[in-house]
Design a protein around this ligand. Sequence first.
Ligand code: 13P
Length: 255
Amino acid sequence: MNKAVRKAVIAGNWKMNKTPSETTALIGEMKPLVKDADCDVVLCVPFIDIPAAIEAAKGSNIKIGAENVHFKASGAYTGEVSADMLKEAGVEYVVIGHSERRTYFGETDQTVNLRSLAALNAGLKAIICVGETLEQRELGYTETILKFQTKMALTNVTKEQLKNVIIAYEPVWAIGTGVTATADQADEGNGFVRAAIAEAYGADVAETVTIQYGGSMNAGNADELVSKVNVDGGLIGGASLKAVDFSKIVAAASK
Ligand code: 13P
C-alpha cells in the first residue's frame, strides 16, 4: 500500500444484523480494542441502528456509516432514506452498490451512480462496491467488468468529489462464502479499479484513491491482503460482527 498518500480504511458492513441494543453492546466492546488504530475505522450499520451506533461511538475513533442511500432528495419513495436524512443523523459514510443490493434489490450501474452522486452532493463519503461474479471471472471478463462498473459508478463525479470516494473491490464469489480471493487476486482486482480511475481522472489522482478489498476477509488473512500495494484496507462482513476479530483486522491495517 502506498501509505505515503493513502490511509487504510477498515469498514465493517453489518448487513441485516444487530438490533439497536446489540449495536450499543458491540460498539462498546470494540471501542477499547480499536482505539490505537493507525487506520480509519468505520462501521456501516442498518438504518434503525444508526442513532444507537452514533451514541455508542461518541468520543472514540469509530466513524459510523449507513448501508445504502436513495438518490432523490425527498418524495414518494416508500422505504427509502435520503442523503440529507443520513447527514443530519450524523452519518459520515455510506455503502453504495453492494452486490447484495445489485443481486437481490435490482440495483444497476445507473442507480449506483445516482446514489453515489446524491451521497457526495450531501457531503457523505461513499464506499462504492464493484466486483465480478465467478462466471464473469471464468470467462476472462474480470478486468472489463471492474473497469466498467468503476467508470459507471463515477460518471459525473468531479475530481474534488473523488476525495470522498472509496471503492471496495468485492468479488461476488468471495462474499460470505469463506472463499477469499488470494492476496494476488485482490491486488490485481484493485489494480484494475485503480487503472480505471487513472483512465478517467489521471494516474496522479488514481494514486490518492483508497481502494478496499472485501470478501471473506478475516483475522487470519487480513495481514497478507493489506500488505499488497493496491489494497488500502477492507470492507468486512461477517468478521465485523465480532469485536476481537474486527480489531485484529484493524491492527493488521495499522502496521
Ligand atoms: P464477508 O466478509 O462476510 O464475506 O462479507 C463481505 C462483504 O460483503 C462486505 O461488504
